[in-house]
Design a protein around this ligand. Structure first.
Ligand SMILES: Cc1cc2nc3c(=O)[nH]c(=O)nc-3n(C[C@H](O)[C@H](O)[C@H](O)COP(=O)(O)O)c2cc1C
Length: 356
């Protein structure tokens, strides 16, 4: 099968993964409206390409938090990579290291952060943190990732409870016995009770509030990026709380159904933040023109969730590399065809909103 675009990897994963695994990765909350709209929303935005601008050389490089990456696409945190490929997160880490982009490792990884860093010692990585009721467990994890050289903490704020994913309920989704959330081996005292996505049920802390940003700042000197912001009000609060960045995200439509597509939220957030911190986004990015549109609307960098997992399901490290390479080539072409020679030339004049 010739892999030409990211949808080809999706097709492959759908055909080859066990049904319950596919359902888990594909799931959106409830009716899946927000998940689907994340993709559809890009179709409502049209580009305004400029001509005769000598695009014989186009430079796709950018920086995030001051570090150069090869193009403005990184890997969003997704759980349980060993379900898609036996080497799991080790393969993802190697692929992102070799292509010089950012890999946000999930708290819910099926390889430990130590194993991930050993597999790709020179990779540029951020760590995604779920803050648990038991703060000591989260704090210990922060210490570990700091010591390992992770460059930022991505504080996910849209999961006070897990969204209702119907297929997971129908399938009684559970990590198979041979897989574990490796960062927590031996951590939880009581593992006999009910489990939710690899950790004891009720581990998440629904009482989290903005003051917990200050708590996190008190236990780390790493930059903090808040993931899961969808409104200008919360973007302003993020700036006021002194974080270094935010990710416009609706968790791939897996949490609140009925919320907006992320690309539709971007402008109001970018306008509010006014360059005081970096704004990133994820959700539904599948083509080079999607990346271009997100950058035109003010994102510094975008992240892909499910496509990386499809790449893993296809061919492990090589598959993730191919997914990123295709997106890189498509982005390069989209820049050239719209007259942008470097990412600084991508701005809001490049988009128009369809009247359809
Ligand atoms: C299977 C799966 C697992 C995920 N696990 C996490 C996670 O552990 N932590 C987190 O912050 N976000 C998680 N997310 C959300 C992603 O980081 C990201 O927001 C979303 O996948 C982006 O949308 P996309 O899949 O359309 O690219 C997960 C998403 C999926 C699909």
């Amino acid at each position: 099968m010739a892999m030409v675009c990211l949808n080809d990897f999706e097709q492959y994963a759908r055909l080859h993964l066990p049904k319950a695994t596919w359902d888990y990765y594909a799931a959106g909350a409830d009716d899946g409206c927000t998940r689907d709209d994340n993709l559809q929303a890009y179709r409502r935005i049209r580009l305004r390409p400029r001509m005769l601008r000598d695009v014989s050389v186009c430079d796709t490089r950018t920086t995030v938090l001051g570090t150069e990456i090869s193009f403005p696409v990184g890997i969003a945190p997704t759980a349980f990579h060993c379900l898609a490929w036996h080497e799991g997160e080790l393969a993802t880490a190697r692929a992102t290291e070799s292509l010089n982009t950012c890999y946000i490792t999930s708290t819910s990884s099926t390889c430990s952060v130590e194993e991930i860093c050993a597999a790709a010692p020179h990779g540029y990585r951020w760590f995604q943190l779920y803050v648990y009721r038991h703060r000591g467990i989260s704090e210990q994890l922060v210490r570990r990732v700091e010591a390992l050289g992770y460059k930022a903490l991505v504080f996910t704020v849209d999961v006070p409870y897990t969204g209702k994913r119907r297929d997971d309920i129908r399938n009684r989704f559970k990590l198979p016995a041979h897989l574990k959330v490796k960062n927590f081996e031996g951590t939880f005292q009581d593992t006999t009770g009910p489990e939710e996505y690899g950790v004891p049920a009720n581990t998440m802390d629904p009482s989290l509030s903005w003051k917990d940003v200050h708590w996190l700042q008190s236990v780390t000197c790493l930059p903090i990026i808040i993931k899961g912001i969808l409104t200008k009000e919360d973007a302003e609060l993020a700036v006021e709380h002194g974080v270094q960045g935010l990710i416009v995200s609706n968790h791939g439509g897996r949490q609140l159904d009925g919320g907006p597509a992320t690309i539709d939220c971007l402008s109001e957030i970018v306008d509010t933040v006014k360059g005081r911190i970096e704004v990133y986004m994820d959700g539904g990015v599948r083509t080079g023109t999607d990346v271009l549109k997100a950058l035109a609307l003010g994102a510094k960098c975008v992240f892909i969730g499910r496509p990386a997992v499809w790449g893993l399901a296809y061919k492990g490290e090589q598959g993730v590399r191919e997914v990123l390479q295709i997106l890189h080539q498509e982005f390069h072409l989209a820049m050239a065809l719209s007259g942008c020679r470097n990412v600084a030339e991508i701005n809001r004049n490049l988009v128009q909103f369809s009247k359809l």
